[in-house]
Each structure stands twice: as structure tokens, then as C-alpha cells.
Ligand binder design. Structure first.
Ligand code: ADP
Length: 308
């Protein structure tokens, strides 16, 4: 048996990107999960967790296992994998913890298999992990985690992923220590929308994509507006409106709910603004008396990184 071992860093991701509900997402440089994979003589998938989260080791219950099982169906030459996960992205925080595990596992396995599969194949396998975590196959965390940068998921069936150019952007993320269940955050959404709201939303999506391509920070800032999802979901996150208002006063371009929350993210043109935004976030949550964790980071342009 080949005893090669592949180590990867799988980054956190911000899905939805304000107006881009279910279709836009980006990867960040911090935090990330550390994972390693090797072939195993034992049939099937052996998962070893090296963190404090007590996630399942049964491959059918761990998103990384679900993703690898899908890959193994198309790699009959593999008898088994041994996967070690050192999770640094807290599960359920809304910054793509499950996507990092699913994407990291299949990218690492593909490196062991001398890149047998395309990136699109890897997204297809990893979406099985998202289905396990949230009940539906979605790619707005998986695609940026695998491709890096900002990605547009134009369609899932069939998969159509478009990598978008983006200028340098600093990202400030706050994770308040409350639980927002993805299922709850989805169930409160309206199933019908008004045409006038739809027009505003698609104007903003087009403006955001154009702003990223043209590196036009003002256009990016103006387009970071969500008239459909945020007004409903933000009710689940105490302090949300104040964080947004004060971050913009501190010169952030804009931002919103990361994934289905509770994390909130803000984009800034400079590192100093991103750090001021971090201060604003601290103040808001200290006033409310809510424990929280912050990150100041940048957009990750390469996705899951093979370390060795
Ligand atoms: P996130 O946005 O952090 O991915 P989700 O709610 O979408 O949050 O997914 C987290 C859920 O997936 C939790 O219920 C967690 O127990 C489950 N899960 C199973 N395996 C993993 C894994 N390897 N990494 C993260 N979450 C996992």
C-alpha cells in the first residue's frame, strides 16, 4: 500500500454575501481546519478527530465521511482512507465549518489519487457533506472553499460555477456565541417575494458582481444590500442592526449575515478600517453582554491548500 500522507488547510467561507443568497460565497484566510489523509488497509473510512468538538467518527454521520464516500464510489481502486481532522472552525458558527471538512477531505483525497478528479467533481462529492449537515445540497460554501476567491454558483443542477475577480478586501467577522439553527433560519423565510423587491435584489447582485470585476469599491459598497433575506433573518441575531450601522460609520463598505448566521461579516478597503470595525463589534456585543469571537482576515484566493 502507498503510505503517502497529504496534509491540507481547509478555509472558512462566507456564504450568501448579502444580496447573493445561495449563489455567492467567498473563502477567507482565517480560520481554517487542518486535515490529513492517507490510504488505509482497513476497508471504508476511518475518521480520527483531533479537536474538542466531539464530532461523529462514523463516516456516514460526519460530513467529511459523506463527501469521501461519494468520491469512493467513483474510485473503486481505493480500499480505504484514514482521515484526521483538527477542526479550528467552530461547527454551526455560520462560516462553513461543515464545508471546510467536506471540501478539505475530497481535495486531500484527490491529491493522494494524483488529481484524478476535476474541481467540479470535488464540489459534487463535497455537496454530499452539506446535504448531511443541512438537508440540502448547496455549494455556496463548498465552491469558494475548493476554488478560492469569490465564486458565483449560477446553477447547482447542472453545476455551473464561475470564479469572480475581486480587489483586495479585508474581512472582519464576529461570531456571537448563540445558536442559530440553519433549519430555523430557512423556515422563517418568505416563499413569495414582490416584484419591486426582486428588481432591487437583482440590481444589487449585478452591481456587486460588476463592482468586483471592475474593482470599484464604491459600487461594491452600494450593492451590499439585501432587501429579501436580511430583514427577516437578522431578527435572530441580537445587535445585528447596530453592528451594521456602526461598522458603516467606521467606513466599512458593508456586509451582513454570514451564511445563515449567527456570524456577521463586514468588508473594508483597508486593514486599519477592518480593525476599527472589529472594535465596533466588540463594543456592541460587550454592551449586550454576549460572548463573542472576532477575526480580521482577507479573502483567500487559493481555496483548500495542500501543505505537504
Ligand atoms: P456551519 O455553517 O458551521 O457548517 P452547519 O449547521 O451547516 O454549520 O453544519 C454543522 C453541522 O454539521 C453540525 O450539526 C455538526 O454536528 C455537523 N457535522 C458533522 N460532521 C461535521 C464536520 N466534520 N465538521 C463540521 N460539522 C460537522
Amino acid at each position: 500500500m502507498n503510505n503517502k500522507k497529504i496534509v491540507v488547510h481547509a478555509p472558512a467561507t462566507v456564504a450568501n454575501m448579502v444580496c447573493g443568497f445561495d449563489i455567492l460565497g467567498f473563502a477567507v484566510n482565517d480560520p481554517y481546519d487542518i486535515m490529513s489523509i492517507s490510504f488505509s488497509d482497513h476497508a471504508g473510512i476511518t475518521i480520527i478527530n483531533e479537536d474538542e468538538y466531539n464530532l461523529p467518527t462514523n463516516p456516514e454521520k460526519n460530513v467529511a465521511g459523506a463527501a469521501l464516500l461519494a468520491l469512493m464510489e467513483e474510485a473503486p481502486e481505493v480500499k480505504g482512507f484514514e482521515l484526521r481532522i483538527k477542526k479550528q472552525i467552530k461547527p454551526g458558527s455560520g462560516v462553513g465549518s461543515s464545508a471546510a471538512s467536506s471540501a478539505g477531505a475530497v481535495v486531500a483525497a484527490n491529491a493522494l489519487l494524483n488529481n484524478k478528479f476535476s474541481k467540479e467533481d470535488l464540489v459534487r462529492f463535497a455537496m454530499n457533506g452539506e446535504k448531511l449537515a443541512s438537508g440540502v445540497k448547496h455549494a455556496d460554501n463548498i465552491a469558494p472553499c475548493i476554488y478560492g476567491g469569490v465564486t458565483l454558483i449560477r446553477s447547482i443542477f447542472p453545476l455551473d460555477i464561475v470564479q469572480l475577480n475581486a480587489p483586495t478586501l479585508y474581512v472582519t467577522i464576529v461570531h456571537p456565541q448563540i445558536e442559530v439553527r440553519t433549519a430555523d433560519a430557512r423556515s422563517i423565510l418568505k416563499q413569495q417575494i414582490q416584484l419591486k423587491d426582486a428588481i432591487k435584489q437583482w440590481g444589487n447582485i449585478a452591481g456587486l458582481v460588476a463592482g468586483l470585476q471592475k474593482e470599484d469599491y464604491d459600487l461594491i459598497g452600494r450593492s451590499l444590500e439585501d432587501v429579501l433575506i436580511e430583514p427577516i433573518r437578522s431578527i435572530l441575531i441580537p445587535g445585528f442592526d447596530l453592528v451594521k450601522q456602526k461598522s458603516k460609520e467606521a467606513a466599512a463598505l458593508g456586509g451582513g449575515i454570514s451564511g445563515s448566521g449567527p456570524s456577521i461579516f463586514m468588508l473594508s478597503k483597508s486593514e486599519s478600517t477592518a480593525k476599527e470595525v472589529e472594535q465596533v463589534m466588540h463594543e456592541v456585543f460587550e454592551n449586550i453582554g454576549l460572548a463573542h469571537h472576532t477575526y480580521v482576515t482577507t479573502i483567500n484566493q487559493h481555496g483548500v491548500k495542500i501543505i505537504s
